[in-house]
Write a protein that binds this ligand. Structure first.
Ligand SMILES: Nc1ncnc2c1ncn2[C@@H]1O[C@H](COP(=O)(O)OP(=O)(O)OP(=O)(O)O)[C@@H](O)[C@H]1O
Length: 580
C-alpha cells in the first residue's frame, strides 16, 4: 500500500465534514461584524430599540448557525474517522493472514500490536479532531485578511508583512522538529516492544530476581522516552514563542498605522476597533495551526508504520481445491536456508509413505523442526520439492495444506477461552458429543470432568491454567476433530512425568490410526516400533531405517539410544534414591 494514496483516500472521506466546518466559520466572522456595528451605534448615539434588536437577533442567529454547522461537521468527521479506522484494521488483519510465517519471525509482537492499536488510532485522532479544527483554523486568517482589506487595505498589508519571515523560520525549525520527532517515535516503539517483552517474560524475571537486568533496561528505556519527550517540548515551545512574536509584530504595525490613519481622518474609530479585532484573529489562528503541525507528522509516521505491514508482499495464493487425495509425503533434493545464507537442510531425500509411523531424530539444531515447517508450508521450499500425493506444496492453497496436514507443536497455543472452544478450533461446528468423544480418545476427558466448570472452564491466557501434558492432550483432541490424514507431532522436549507420558502415548495411538504420522522424537523409547526412523545430523539425513537396523548400522543413532538409556536409568536411580 502506498502511504500517500492511502492518506489521500482517507482525507477524501472527510470532505463532507470539511464542507460543514467551512460553513461554520462564516457565521463566526459575521458575529464579529455585527458586534462592532452594534458598538458603533452606541458610540455614534444612533442606537435605537429596533437596530439593537436587529443586531442581537442577528448575533444569536449567527451563533446558533455556527454551533449547528460545527456539530454536523464534527459528527461527519467522527463518522468518517471511525469508518476509516475500522476499514484499515479489517484490511490489516486480512493482509496479516496472507503473510508468510517468516514475516512474523522478523517483526516483534510488540511492534505489530502497537501499529494495529496505537498507530491506527492516530487516524481517528487526525480525522475526527485535528483535520476539522485545522480546516477552521486555516480559514480564519484568510477571512481576517479579506475583512481587514475591506476596512483598509493598508492595514491588511502591514498585518501580513512579517508573514514571509515566519514561513522561512518555520521551514528551518520544522526540519529540526521532524528529526527530533523521528527519534522520539523510535524511542516510543522500542519502549512499547520492551514493555511487551518484559510483561510476557515476568515468570523468568521473577525466577532470576537477584541477577536480572531487564528491569534496569526497561527503566532506562522509559527514561530515554521521557528525555525525548522533553526535547520535543523544547523544539515546540521555543520556535512557537518566536513565531508568535513575529506574527504579533503585525498587530503592533496595524495599531501604529491605524492611529496614523485616524489622525489624518482616513479611519473612523469603529473601523479601527474592527481592524484590531480582525488583526488579532490572524496570528492566533496561525499559532493554533502550528500546534496541529505535530498531528500531521504523527499521522505521517503512523501511516508509514501501517505501510510497513500493508506493503509486505503476501504469499502467492493458489486456488483452493478442497479435494486433494492424500498420498505419501516426499522430499526431493530439498535444501533450505531461513536467512538465505546459513543452510540448515542439505539435499534431503525422504519418503513418508501413506499410513505409516515415521520418526525423525537427531541432535538439537539438526533440522528436525525445519522439515516439519516445510511440510506444513510455513516456509516456502526454495530448492528441491516437497510433495503430498503428487502435489507440490509450494503450489497448494493454504486451506488445502491445512486439510491434509495437522501439527501438534511443542508449545501448544491456547486461546483464553473455554476448554470446549479450544478443542473446537479443530472443527468449529463440532457438536458437544464430538468434543467429548475426541477428549476421551485424547485421554483428557477425565481431567476435564474433574474441573468445577468441566468443558466450560476457562484455560487462562495462553493456557496458563493447564500443565504442558494437559495442553498437549487438548491439542491432540483438537487434531482428532480436524481429522487430517497426515499428522506431524513435535514431541515436548520438556520432561513429562511417566503418568502424563503414558496418557499422551495412548492419545497418539488413538490419533494416528489410518494416518501418516511423522513424530519429531526427543524421547527415543517412544519410537522403537516406528515403520521408519530418520536420523538427522547437521542438516543432512545420516540414515533411515527401523530401530534394530539403525542400532546396528548407524553410530549416531546407537549413541543416542545409549545416551537415552543412561538418562532413563539415572532417572530411575534418582527416583529410588528419593524414595529411600
Ligand atoms: N526461524 C528461524 N530463523 C533462522 N534460523 C532458524 C530458524 N529456526 C531454526 N533455525 C536454525 O535452523 C537450524 C535447525 O533448527 P531446527 O529447529 O530445525 O532444529 P531441531 O533439530 O528441530 O532442533 P530442536 O531439537 O532443538 O528443536 C538451527 O541452526 C536453528 O538455529
Amino acid at each position: 500500500m502506498n502511504t500517500k494514496s492511502f492518506a489521500k483516500k482517507m482525507k477524501e472521506k472527510n470532505k463532507g465534514a470539511n464542507r460543514y466546518m467551512f460553513i461554520s466559520v462564516l457565521p463566526g466572522i459575521a458575529t464579529t461584524f455585527l458586534s462592532v456595528w452594534l458598538m458603533s451605534l452606541f458610540m455614534q448615539g444612533a442606537a435605537t430599540r429596533q437596530n439593537i434588536s436587529l443586531a442581537v437577533i442577528g448575533i444569536c442567529f449567527m451563533q446558533f448557525a455556527k454551533a449547528f454547522f460545527y456539530a454536523i461537521g464534527i459528527w461527519h468527521a467522527h463518522h468518517a474517522a471511525y469508518q476509516s479506522l475500522t476499514d484499515i484494521r479489517l484490511e490489516m488483519i486480512a493482509h496479516l493472514k496472507q503473510l508468510p510465517i517468516s514475516f512474523f519471525q522478523k517483526r516483534s509482537v510488540g511492534d505489530l500490536t502497537k501499529i494495529i492499536s496505537h498507530d491506527v488510532e492516530q487516524i481517528e485522532v487526525y480525522l475526527a479532531h485535528a483535520q476539522p479544527e485545522m480546516m477552521i483554523t486555516k480559514l480564519v486568517p484568510v477571512l481576517a485578511v479579506i475583512g481587514l482589506t475591506a476596512v483598509d487595505w493598508r492595514l491588511a498589508l502591514v498585518l501580513v508583512l512579517p508573514f514571509p519571515l515566519m514561513v522561512v523560520f518555520r521551514k528551518i525549525t520544522g526540519r529540526l522538529w521532524g528529526k527530533t520527532f523521528k527519534r522520539y517515535a523510535q524511542s516510543t516503539k522500542e519502549m512499547s516492544e520492551d514493555l511487551t517483552e518484559y510483561i510476557s517474560g515476568m515468570p523468568t524475571i521473577k525466577a532470576f530476581a537477584t541477577d536480572e537486568q531487564k528491569t534496569e533496561t526497561i527503566l532506562l528505556r522509559i527514561n530515554t522516552y521521557i528525555d525525548w519527550m522533553k526535547k520535543i517540548m523544547h523544539t515546540i515551545s521555543i520556535p512557537t514563542s518566536l513565531t508568535r512574536m513575529l506574527l504579533e509584530i503585525g498587530i503592533v504595525l496595524v495599531v501604529l498605522v491605524g492611529v496614523m490613519l485616524m489622525n489624518t481622518g482616513e479611519l473612523s474609530t469603529t473601523r479601527f476597533i474592527l481592524a484590531i479585532i480582525l488583526a488579532g484573529m490572524f496570528p492566533s489562528a496561525l499559532i493554533k495551526l502550528m500546534t496541529f503541525n505535530h498531528t500531521e507528522i504523527v499521522l505521517g509516521r503512523s501511516l508509514d508504520s501501517i505501510a510497513s505491514i500493508m506493503g509486505e508482499a503476501p504469499k502467492k495464493a493458489y486456488a483452493y481445491n478442497g479435494n486433494i487425495t492424500p498420498g505419501a509425503v516426499k522430499m526431493r533434493n530439498v535444501s533450505f536456508s531461513y536467512d538465505g545464507s546459513h543452510t540448515v537442510l542439505q539435499a534431503i531425500n525422504l519418503v513418508f509413505e501413506k499410513n505409516t509411523v515415521n520418526a525423525i531424530v537427531g541432535l538439537s539444531g539438526s533440522g528436525k523442526s525445519t522439515i516439519a515447517n516445510l511440510i506444513m508450508g510455513f516456509w516456502p521450499v526454495t530448492e528441491g520439492h516437497v510433495t503430498i500425493g503428487d502435489h507440490d506444496i509450494n503450489k497448494l492453497n493454504e486451506k488445502d495444506i491445512s486439510k491434509l496436514v495437522s501439527i501438534v507443536q511443542q508449545d501448544v497455543f491456547m486461546y483464553n477461552a473455554s476448554i470446549a472452544e479450544n478443542i473446537r478450533i479443530g472443527r468449529s461446528n463440532a457438536s458437544m458429543e464430538d468434543v467429548i468423544s475426541v477428549a476421551k480418545k485424547a485421554q483428557i476427558h477425565d481431567m476435564i470432568s474433574q474441573m468445577p466448570n468441566g468443558y466450560d472452564t476457562l484455560v487462562g491466557e495462553a493456557g496458563a491454567k493447564l500443565s504442558g501434558g494437559e495442553k498437549q492432550r487438548i491439542a491432540i483432541a483438537r487434531i482428532m476433530l480436524k481429522n487430517a490424514p497426515i499428522i506431524i507431532l513435535d514431541e515436548a522436549t520438556a520432561a513429562i512425568d511417566a503418568y502424563n507420558e503414558k496418557l499422551i502415548q495412548e492419545a497418539i495411538h488413538n490419533l494416528c490410526k489410518q494416518k501418516t504420522l511423522i513424530v519429531i522424537a526427543h524421547h527415543l523409547n517412544t519410537i522403537a516400533n516406528a515403520d521408519q526412523i530418520v536420523v538427522m545430523d547437521r542438516g543432512r539425513v545420516a540414515a533411515t531405517g527401523k530401530h534394530n537396523d539403525l542400532l546396528e548400522n548407524c553410530s549416531i543413532y546407537s549413541e543416542m539410544v545409549h545416551a537415552q538409556n543412561e538418562v532413563d536409568h539415572w532417572e530411575i536411580r534418582e527416583t529410588k534414591g528419593v524414595m529411600a
